[in-house]
Write a protein that binds this ligand. Structure first.
Ligand code: AMP
Ligand code: GLY
Length: 432
């Protein structure tokens, strides 16, 4: 089989490495891929947002199956276009991808079907948003309705910050048309959890839970990033919560999507806040998360292509999806300055990191330039280590991270630390 992977981040590299375990695949293409994917895939310089070029490439090269990583092409309808052209693929239709593409759509869906989420109001006019915010309790969360590269969420601590955010989104067009409608949400308190789930619209199988680390700096300080590391399973996400989520959130969501005539097929990502009143949905994504995927897929035992083919054929219920025990910890190495401005083209030395056992080096912003591996993005590499438990996985990941060098590299030193300490305190309480 010939497989095409759209995207070029750590998530797509992790998907490629997992798919490689299937012996039926003869050839991989990556659009555009990266310096690590290039080892096993032919990288083609087509951007993930160039739908015409993606569809043309797939048909001209007789691609048997396409896997779409990023949100933008899914929200723009790349899977409908591919399927119409006779190319099988992994990912939701445009109608189903609205669950990520429009926050007002997903909030209204949750309200209509009684799925727990933060209280909210939707505004299409700035004057109405200001009037509402004048009487709101703070903090509140202000979100641009459409996709905004992960930057469209502002936690406003007071009225002034809230007005500023609305002004920037609705009157200055800071996020283009994505911000012409805003959602104002109740601020939720709790630990977060990410749960990715395989679904064909009928059957839903959650993967191992994960904990993302969105802020750039240790102690959850600094700016929001695409994610600086992940731990799987998430120590805060108990078995009881998993049961509640399945019953109150996961299954109701796919049933709601089908009832709305938008059956969801692919990977549905639940961003959850574990509040004292139970788990609530912060956001849905219509795709694998990054870096969560880099921690979750190494724990998957079942063949990923078989799962994806079954989803495409609507027979996920026939596939026994299994995960191995133990934990995985992914630490992201980033370019100095990220998520702000940073330098690229900096030479990377992997040392002997590639030979470490039970460790996966996932490339994100890397490329090969005249036989040298150099940086090409903000998030450069994800180092995932497996361990018998979270502590062992974390220790193993950092042991390898320390062997990788490039000028101005930085990474968080506390990936998983607070969650592991909290879980261990909980165990002591139970033991004592
Ligand atoms: P998002 O871009 O939707 O993933 O949101 C970014 C981050 O903002 C989330 O991971 C949360 O940490 C935070 N956030 C979003 N919505 C809320 C909310 N209603 N209450 C508290 N924090 C939130
Ligand atoms: N890690 C969060 C996301 O992929 O959106």
């Amino acid at each position: 089989m010939k497989i095409m992977i759209v995207g070029g981040g750590g998530r797509e590299h992790a998907i490629l490495e997992k798919l490689r375990e299937n012996p039926r695949i003869e050839k991989f293409y990556a659009l555009p891929g990266n310096g690590g994917m290039q080892q096993h895939a032919e990288c083609v310089p087509i951007r993930a947002t160039d739908l015409d070029a993606i569809v043309a490439f797939a048909t001209e090269n007789a691609i048997d199956f396409a896997v779409i990583g990023p949100d933008d092409p899914l929200i723009a309808g790349v899977c409908d276009r591919l399927r119409a052209a006779g190319v099988r693929c992994f990912g939701p239709s445009k109608a189903a991808a609205a669950i990520e593409g429009s926050k007002s759509f997903s909030k209204n869906l949750m309200r209509k079907y009684g799925i727990p989420t933060a209280d909210y109001a939707v505004f299409d006019r700035a004057t109405e948003a200001y009037a509402y915010l004048a009487g709101a309790n703070y903090p509140v969360v202000i979100k641009a309705d459409g996709p905004a590269l992960g930057k469209g969420v502002i936690i406003a601590n007071d009225r002034q910050e809230a007005f500023q955010a609305v002004h920037a989104m609705m009157e200055e067009g800071a996020f283009g048309t994505s911000g012409s409608r805003v959602v104002v949400e109740e601020f939720l308190v709790g630990n977060e959890a990410s749960v990715l789930a395989f679904t064909d619209g009928d059957t839903l199988i959650p993967m191992i839970s994960a904990l993302d680390h969105k802020r750039a700096l240790d102690g959850d300080k600094g700016l929001n990033t695409g994610g600086m590391g992940a731990l799987a399973p998430n120590p805060f996400y108990t078995l009881e919560m998993a049961r509640t989520c399945m019953e109150m959130i996961f299954l109701p969501t796919i049933r709601a999507m089908s009832a709305e005539g938008r059956p969801f097929s692919g990977c549905l990502f639940f961003g959850l806040m574990l509040t004292k009143n139970g788990p609530k949905v912060i956001e849905y994504n219509c795709r694998f998360g990054d870096p969560e995927t880099q921690a979750v897929l190494p724990l998957l035992e079942t063949d990923l292509l078989e799962i994806m083919l079954a989803i495409d054929e609507g027979r996920l219920g026939e596939v026994p999806v299994r995960f191995r025990g133990g934990s995985a910890c992914c630490v992201v190495l980033a370019s100095g300055g990220y998520p702000g401005a940073y330098q690229t083209g900096v030479e990377i030395s992997l040392g002997d990191a590639e030979r470490a056992e039970n460790v996966f080096l996932y490339h994100a912003g890397t490329k090969i330039e005249q036989d040298r591996l150099v940086t090409a993005g903000g998030r450069v590499l994800g180092v995932t280590a497996l361990g018998v438990d979270a502590r062992a996985a974390r220790y193993a990941a950092y042991a390898v991270v320390e062997r990788i060098h490039f000028d101005n590299a930085f990474y968080r030193r506390d990936i998983g630390a607070r969650a592991i300490a909290t879980a261990e305190q909980g165990e002591q309480k139970i033991d004592g």
